[in-house]
Design a protein around this ligand. Structure first.
Ligand code: 13P
Ligand code: SF4
Length: 305
């Protein structure tokens, strides 16, 4: 079967079986093309709440599928690849978080949506990279505990100097691969290019970028800009999508190492197999966990929508 034939079959099966396919922007182009919706973490959460189909396939990583299940517990939710996790989300120690909360019971805990359902259940409000500043500016508190990405936390702190954030350790191993050395090399190799970067990068690197934004904010900035050359400092799939979308512009990765192997696990045949056979990992969460984890996600959608 060719890629085109497989995509046609996926589109037919999706319709026949009434399955909504949600796709994070870090997936490959052949998966974008069969999606009902492609976007960043915030957009995916909004779509999860709105999808009319009874079954959702999330092509992304586990915390994204869990978020769909939390927002739409009546739906059957499947993850595109059972091993697609997020090392940053999985690294949070719930016991340490519970201890921090016990030490500072009056300080709300703000969590990047890149967290497990069990961690969300301990938090007050979730944020995503595109919505964090808006949400935490509006949230009625001056102090926060923030996890699990101190880099995004430092970016939020720089935008909201009137509030204070205690940043718990953690971070995205993919974006942490980008260094100040990479920036110096890119400036020399592409002096006319703008450097567009994700705020999951280290603050020392981030302060040397020309623009900071979430995955879809970077895509839209490059598409709308009058500039012709860009260095992309986020997962390298975004470089390929931009080359495809803006053939008259030039895009270079800041580093060839900025690849999230978890996001890249899902393939088009995985999507096809799920739709053809129904085999796949269903996300199952206990009702009381759903209820507790939903509060911070509802707060995120309320303050960020
Ligand atoms: P956004 O989708 O919010 O840009 O986050 C990027 C990411 O690392 C997702 O895992
Ligand atoms: Fe997790 Fe980083 Fe991969 Fe996103 S890019 S899934 S934050 S490891």
């Amino acid at each position: 079967m060719t890629t085109r034939e497989m995509q046609d079959e996926i589109l037919r099966l999706k319709q026949e079986k009434s399955v909504c396919v949600l796709v994070h922007a870090y997936q490959d182009e052949d998966i974008w093309e069969i999606a009902d919706y492609v976007g960043d973490s915030f957009g995916l959460s909004q779509q999860a709440a709105a999808a009319k189909e009874d079954t959702v396939l999330m092509c992304g990583v586990r915390f994204m599928a869990e978020t769909v299940k939390i927002l739409a517990p009546q739906k059957r939710v499947f993850l595109s690849h059972p091993q697609a996790g997020c090392p940053m989300a999985d690294a949070v120690d719930e016991d340490i978080l519970a201890q921090v909360k016990a030490d500072t019971p009056d300080v709300p805990v703000a969590a990047y949506v890149n967290t497990t359902a069990a961690v969300k259940a301990l938090c007050d409000v979730c944020v995503t990279s595109s919505s964090a500043v808006k949400i935490l500016r509006a949230y009625p508190a001056d102090r926060f505990i923030f996890l699990p990405d101190p880099n995004l936390g430092a970016y939020i702190q720089s935008q909201l100097p009137e509030k204070s954030f205690e940043l718990l350790p953690g971070g995205c191993p993919t974006h942490l691969r980008l260094t100040e050395r990479d920036i110096a090399a890119a400036r020399e190799a592409h002096p006319d290019a703008l450097i567009l970067m994700h705020p999951e990068c280290h603050p020392r690197v981030a302060k040397k970028a020309d623009y900071l934004g979430s995955t879809t904010q970077i895509l839209s900035y490059a598409e709308k800009s009058d500039k012709k050359e860009f260095v992309i400092a986020t997962e390298n799939s975004i470089v390929e999508h931009l080359k495809f979308r803006c053939p008259d512009k030039k895009f270079y990765p800041l580093s060839r190492d900025c690849v999230c192997h978890n996001m890249r696990l899902t393939t088009l045949p995985d999507v096809y197999r799920f739709l053809a056979t129904g085999e796949g990992e269903e996300i199952l969460l206990a009702p009381d966990l759903i209820e507790k984890a939903r509060r911070p996600i509802d707060a995120m959608l309320r303050y960020g929508g």
